[in-house]
Ligand binder design. Structure first.
Ligand SMILES: *Cc1c(COP(=O)(O)O)cnc(C)c1O
Length: 356
């Protein structure tokens, strides 16, 4: 097999998705499987769907198109606000999109009329993280405008926390979303199918709180893919944290001094040489992977191996007492950032592992 490569264990992803669907289902919460880190992989879409995830969410319409054209049967939700320049693709390929701008809603309505389709809308509400969302005081007016627009269907409300500013989902902001859902239903005499409380950062709240209120959906990416929650990056009990592995190959392995010599300026990525203390001679190996393939800062090496530095195409490690000959492979656990970059790098092969 060639390197570098991402090995994606579909059985472990299935287990993670299935476990979360069951745990949240017991609390009346459905799971939207977020595929945006997976470039529209049909195998992963199918794995999540077969684990009981009926709706898939992606931030990019191109990924949704890829999954659709591969025959994915799930409901498809565009979870990043659509671009005005892409409304035709959005109406054609997504069943639902998340929105916060009146101009987009008007364009989606026009396009849906032209294509003779109905398009579902989840209105996003700002609850403090300062990313996307309508300010709560403006929500009624937005709903009123939306209800006048032909061929759009108000599916529900959503919010997103813990992404831009790290605002933690808690009893207070979740209760506010529930109250907004109640108010909108009473005011307009309608019923909202979806009240989507957030992402993997909502898990601690959803599984630990006394009352989930009106929240009946979460959108989960990281928890399924990496088995951990994004607030403190703790692993989630009962989930696999090693479903996704990044494998790189050794191209040089030598005993070298731990400290550089000569006069020092900037290194390739602008930082100076790391200020490690002189530990004499070390066993240094170079792996054929770098900034062009992944986020080297986000790689977790196996025990006994330490990452020393990286440039575009080289990752330098101290192999300690585990000598790594040229041609051998080292396996890393990527964090979200390292995983996304590896997944979207054309230089990294993707290998789906399945035992059946
Ligand atoms: C990325 C994203 C998610 C999923 O986030 P995870 O932390 O990976 O679970 C959910 N909702 C929106 C709007 C997103 O952009």
């Amino acid at each position: 097999m060639s390197a570098p490569r991402l090995e994606i264990d579909l059985d472990k992803l299935h287990h993670n998705a299935h476990t979360l669907v069951a745990r949240l289902g017991a609390r009346g919460i459905s799971v939207t499987g977020v595929t945006k880190a997976m470039m529209g992989s049909p195998e992963i879409a199918y794995t999540l769907f077969s684990a009981g995830v009926n709706t898939l969410g992606d931030s990019r319409i191109s990924n949704i198109e890829t999954m659709r054209l591969a025959g994915a049967a799930a409901t498809m939700s565009l979870i990043r606000s659509p671009m005005l320049s892409q409304v035709e693709r959005v109406v054609r390929y997504a069943d639902i999109s998340f929105n916060s701008e009146p101009a987009l809603l008007r364009a989606l309505s026009n396009e849906a009329q032209r294509l003779n389709r109905r398009h579902g809308v989840v209105l996003m509400v700002e609850l403090g993280d300062l990313r996307e969302g309508i300010m709560p005081g403006d929500l009624e007016q937005s709903v009123r405008e939306l209800l006048y627009l032909p061929n759009l269907v108000l599916k529900g409300l959503g919010t997103n926390l813990a992404c831009r500013s790290g605002v933690t989902p808690d009893e207070r902001n979740m209760a506010e979303l529930s109250a907004l859902a109640d108010t909108i239903e009473a005011k307009f005499g309608l019923s909202l199918d979806i009240v989507s409380g957030g992402n993997s950062a909502n898990l601690a709240w959803a599984l630990g709180c006394r009352d989930v209120g009106r929240i009946n959906n979460l959108r989960l990416g990281e928890a399924i893919l990496l088995g951990c929650e994004p607030l403190h990056r703790q692993s989630i009990e009962g989930l696999h944290t090693d479903a996704i592995t990044l494998v790189a190959e050794v191209i040089e392995s030598k005993v070298k001094p731990s400290q550089p010599w000569g006069e020092l300026g900037q290194s390739a990525f602008g930082t100076g040489a790391p200020a490690t203390t002189d530990t004499g001679h070390i066993t240094q190996a170079i792996l054929a992977i770098g900034e062009q393939d992944t986020d080297p800062q986000g790689l977790h090496p196996p025990d006994g191996i330490k990452i020393l530095g990286a440039s575009s195409d080289h990752l330098i490690v101290n192999t300690g007492s585990c000598y790594q000959p040229v041609g051998s492979e080292v396996r890393f656990r990527p964090n979200y950032s390292a995983m996304v970059r590896a997944m979207t790098s054309p230089y990294v092969e993707k290998v789906m592992v399945e035992r059946g």
